[in-house]
Structures are given as C-alpha cells and as structure tokens.
Design a protein around this ligand. Structure first.
Ligand code: ATR
Length: 276
C-alpha cells in the first residue's frame, strides 16, 4: 500500500518540499507520496489526530506550527525539546515522534560548502528568532563553544543564551558592536528576514570589518544573493545562501522516514528549477 507523507503549515502552497521529496521517493522506486496540507492553527490538534488514524508515516512541520505541535506528539527528541520546535515527525509503532532537523541541516550545508570541521571557529549569529535558536542550540549541542549573538532586540539574544541547556562561551552584543568587532569572527550566520524578497537591498550590517578569510552564511534563499552576501563577495569572502540548509533539513527528514540518504545534488537542482 502507498505510504503517505506530507508537510503541514499555514500558508503552505509555496512550499518546495513536495516536489523535492516526491522526486526522491520516485527516484528510489518507493511507493510513497508527499502531500502539502494547509492547516489552520485552531485545527492543529485535530489534524495531528487525523494523520495518526489515517496512517500517515511521517510529515514535516512548518510555520506557524513548529512549537504548537509539540503537546500533540507522543515523544520529542531531546534536541527538538531544547529548541522548543519540531520540523519533522516520524511514525514509530503507532506513535508520532518529533525531531528538529533544521540545525543539523544547517551544519551539513556548512560542511559541504565550507569545511568539515568548524567547531573551533568563532561564530556570530545575526538574529534571535526561531531559526537562530535551532542553529545556535544545535551547534552548542555538538560542542561548538564560541558563538556570539546580535539582534535588533537585545534582550532576545540574551534570553536565547541564558536559556540554552548546552554549555558554551556566548555573549549577546548589539548590532553596532557586532559591526565594530566583525574581525573577531570567522563565521557569520545571518538568520533574520532582512534582505529577503521583496526588501532585497536591505542588509543587517556593514561588512567593513569582515575578515577576508571569513565565511558568511545567510539562511535566506529568495533572493539567491542577499545584499549581505553581495557585500561579502565583493570583499572576496566565501559565502553560501540558505538553499543548502533547506535541502539538507529535508534530506535528513527523508532519511529518518526511509533509512535512505537521498541525492543532495538532485534535490538542490529541482528546488532551483522551481524557484526559477
Ligand atoms: P524565524 O523563525 O524565521 O527565525 P522569527 O522568529 O520571527 O523568525 O525571528 C525573526 C528575526 O529576524 C528576529 O531576530 C528579528 O529581530 P527582533 O528579535 O528584533 O524582532 C529579526 N528581524 C526581522 N525583521 C527585522 C528588521 N527589519 N530589522 C532587524 N531585525 C529584524
């Protein structure tokens, strides 16, 4: 019998996950289908129960349900629990288990585009929202220690650090301070929505003090090159956009569901094709 997977969110029509996941099911000859489901906040609990009883094997969770879904799952992985958000659900013996593959997806993409081992580097995260939290907590859980955070709203950066259950040597700094001391960091991780379509000319900070040997990762992929990435490139600095993180978080979900490591290049290509 065909196995059913999917993604729940609101909105959901723009999601790239269905084409990406369905291509891989097909390529590996799996009798499976991945369906987008538009679920309103007030229907979330009913939706999860419905997916349980009709036999859905696994699904992704996107905005705005990543945190709200947690009480409706049977078990939560410790990292997802710490982050306080779930993006992947796997059925195991008629239970729904929640995971968060966003941070691991980010790490895999960084390893692919920069270097395998960056755990001893000094990183700066720009932003203190949900994406920043997933990345920061995952990096710290893997043993990376030197990660500072700057955010427009300073107390949110401070709170993220204070509430993190993993040990590190982080401090919260202002955007102005980050700009002034940018040469202290060899990895910059941009997690805010600044520079995202349609505000493509906006950048969260000046790269005047950016080290030429640094690496800049911006998790935005629409546009492919944000103003920050363009500025960094102009200085000869190596960069990546958020496409890799998106593809790898999906690949890690696929692997949890099927036990198969999918083809990253093929997944990337179909997303690029879709984005035009
Ligand atoms: P996500 O889940 O995508 O991380 P989020 O949780 O809403 O989204 O977080 C958005 C992040 O982008 C926050 O760090 C936010 O800064 P504040 O905490 O000060 O709100 C940041 N952000 C969004 N728009 C911004 C803007 N115009 N200027 C500066 N920071 C902005």
């Amino acid at each position: 019998m065909i196995k059913l997977y999917g993604v729940i969110g609101n909105p959901i029509a723009q999601s790239m996950s269905p084409v990406m996941q369905n291509q891989e099911f097909q390529q590996f000859g799996l009798d499976a289908h991945y369906q987008p489901f538009h679920i309103l906040e007030k229907e979330l609990e009913t939706a999860v129960k419905g997916m349980k009883v009709i036999g859905v094997e696994g699904f992704n969770v996107t905005s705005p349900h990543k945190t709200a879904i947690m009480p409706f799952l049977d078990k939560i992985d410790p990292l997802a629990e710490a982050i306080g958000a779930v993006n992947t659900v796997v059925r195991k013996n008629d239970e729904f288990h929640g995971y968060n593959t966003d941070g691991d997806g980010f790490i895999r993409a960084l390893q692919a585009d920069w270097k395998e081992d960056f755990m001893n580097e000094r990183a700066l995260i720009i932003g203190a929202g949900g994406a920043a939290k997933a990345i920061f907590y995952t990096l710290l859980s893997k043993g990376m220690a030197h990660i500072d955070i700057c955010n427009r709203t300073a107390f949110k950066a401070k709170k993220l650090i204070e509430e993190c259950p993993y040990e590190g040597k982080s401090k919260a700094i202002s955007i102005a301070e980050a700009e002034d001391t940018l040469e202290h960091y060899n990895l910059i991780i941009q997690t805010t929505s600044i520079g995202m379509y349609p505000d493509i000319y906006k950048s969260p900070m000046s790269v005047k003090n950016l080290l030429p040997e640094a690496f800049v990762s911006d998790i935005i992929y629409n546009p492919f090159e944000t103003a920050l990435i363009k500025d960094a490139k102009q200085k000869g600095v190596k960069t990546q956009n958020g496409l890799g993180m998106f593809v790898y978080q999906g690949a890690l979900a696929f692997e949890k569901w099927t036990g198969i490591a999918p083809d990253i290049t093929r997944m990337t290509n179909i997303v690029v094709e879709q984005l035009g």
